[in-house]
Design a protein around this ligand. Sequence first.
Ligand code: NDP
Length: 322
Amino acid sequence: MKLIQISQTGGPEELRLADADIPTPGPKHVLVRIGAAGVNFIDVYFRIGLYPAPLPFTPGNEGAGVIEAVGPDVTDFKVGDRVAWGMWRGSYAEYAAIPVAALVHLPDSVDFETGAAAMLQGMTAHYLSHSSFPLKKGDTCLIHAAAGGAGRLLVQMAKMLGATVYGTAGTDEKAAIAKSAGADEVIVYTRQDFVQEVKNLTGGKGVDVVYDSVGVDTFLKGLDIIRPRGMMVLFGQSSGAVPPFNPALLNQKGSLFLTRPSLAHHCLTKEELNGRASDVLNWIGEGKLELRIHKTYALGDAAQAHKDLEGRGTAGKLLLVN
Ligand code: NDP
């Protein structure tokens, strides 16, 4: 089978197509023939070594496909089942052995591309809006990179919960995409000062919560537009990691709360994983949540997909399809 392998961390050119034997699933694992794999910023972090992984490795935490074989001690899944996952590395491949603990069943109405596009960013938007800072009617939030894969889904869920949503986006075109997802106002933060704009929009009060996936370029400024005792949810670093800072700053800026969450800690049990995944997949099926597939690539074009994602030119999901 074909897979993408990273033998040393570095640029997109380190994503090399290689041959390998089809794996044999061990206990509580199944062999999945992968239909589509999601491309996410976390794959970039692993590729560059920001998040460590033993070398060589196959990147890709998200995918969907069909079970071709089951290992010992597998009870809830069988050959022929259509499945998806969002937290198991090795998805940039034609086949992978995946632990059943990471898998959910894919409803018949959801195809592999949709399944692979929904899991990681969808469940992330779910926990951010329902758990990290559970939004309710009347709340105000700022969502950075609101036209992005995770951002666009978060905008939609925040609106479902009744919040007023301000977004940021890098271009006018992306701003329109974020608006069409439901954002009330979108600030083009490459030419507008988002701090001033949010102050204007909130009458100087600030928002209840900032959801920041951009990191170093936006984090400190964001602390200036959160209301006293509001929350900064720093969930990514597309522009670079936030350096260490003095926690007294949170006091000075208004007794703020800060969290740096990850999806894994919000799917701690199979029940939690199934609950978030079924909400996301059901909302897609019911037309309440709309995915935007930006582009699909062949497996061998994984490097180009990473270049496009890091190049800031994408709006929505990138997929590798087999
Ligand atoms: P996106 O589709 O959001 O792509 C990243 C976007 O970030 C770009 O399109 C761009 O939008 C914006 N951006 C701002 N500055 C830069 C920069 N210097 N370089 C590149 N992009 C920049 O990607 P994902 O949806 O895959 O991920 C979004 C973020 O969410 C990532 O930071 C990721 O790590 C995080 N994440 C965190 C999870 C968690 O559980 N903690 C889980 C999933 C994702 P624009 O041009 O509009 O500014």
